[in-house]
Design a protein around this ligand. Structure first.
Ligand SMILES: [Zn+2]
Length: 261
């Protein structure tokens, strides 16, 4: 049995995907998740939706309690997580409006808790393949069927935020091999792996990061408008892909076994 957790990022905080749902408050040993969890069904598959930045987008990236968010989704029985995220492009070939499925990350965060194992056991989880390959392939197929622009197997750089990068940082992130930049994928993807969940992000490119000199400053409002346009596409992808997720066994489930000291 599969149950799909959807973490809605900026622009998809309140995806309105479900007609019939109930809201559940979940307590975790790590504190409260970003929002109540919205539980229902899409095409007869159980789904749980969580707004990463809170219902009214009031939680800034550093303060997102990813430990509580992932723990809560696991507690409600989720087996897979599809996370949406807004991002900037570090690659001239990845234009604003493109959807990107990352397969690697570079962590440039500085203030976040990245493990559930803070006392007692130590967990050295493998991050060789941080995202779920099977889930990424299914999402890629679905985007292709919908004839939307997308790129797959790219590298996301997660920065601490809430500020954007300086031009020097943006150029550095590009030279590191980053294709897109955001503020949310790490530590979410790491904690999902510790919890034995299959995790894949769908990143929506809102603009070029500042390695390209912008003619005008890109404002949060402009970014938000691009995100709104993209949000409908991502909703269609979610609805279509969810009924295809039918695998229960994946190497993502077993990573923890070899990671605990
Ligand atoms: Zn997996």
């Amino acid at each position: 049995m599969v149950k799909i957790g959807i973490i809605g990022g900026s622009g998809l905080d309140n995806p309105g995907l479900l007609n019939d749902y109930k809201e559940v408050s979940v307590k975790t040993p790590y504190g409260s998740p970003s929002s109540k969890l919205v539980c229902g069904k899409i095409n007869n598959v159980d789904v749980v939706i969580l707004s990463r930045h809170g219902k009214d987008h009031t939680i800034m990236p550093t303060n997102v309690n990813s430990q509580a968010n992932i723990f809560a989704l696991k507690k409600l029985g989720c087996t897979h997580i599809i996370a949406t995220t807004a991002c900037g492009s570090l690659n001239k070939k990845i234009k604003p409006g493109t959807l990107v499925l990352p397969n690697q990350f570079i962590d440039r965060t500085t203030k976040r808790k990245q493990t559930f194992f803070e006392k007692g056991k130590v967990c050295h989880i493998s991050m060789e393949e941080p995202f779920c390959r099977a889930l990424r392939l299914l999402i890629g197929q679905t985007i292709k069927e919908l004839k939307l622009d997308y790129q797959t197997d790219k590298t996301v750089v997660t920065i601490e935020g809430p500020r954007f990068s300086s031009r020097a940082e943006s150029l550095m992130n590009q030279k590191f091999g980053g294709d897109i930049v955001n503020m949310s994928t790490v530590p979410e993807v790491v904690l999902a792996r510790e919890a034995g969940l299959c995790y894949q992000a769908i990143a929506m490119v809102t603009d070029y990061d500042c390695f390209m000199e912008h003619k005008e400053n890109v404002s949060w409002e402009q970014i938000f408008n691009t995100m709104k346009k993209n949000a409908d596409n991502v909703k269609n992808i979610l609805v279509k892909v969810i009924e295809k997720i039918n695998y229960d066994h994946c190497i993502c489930r077993d990573s923890l076994k070899s990671a605990l000291v």
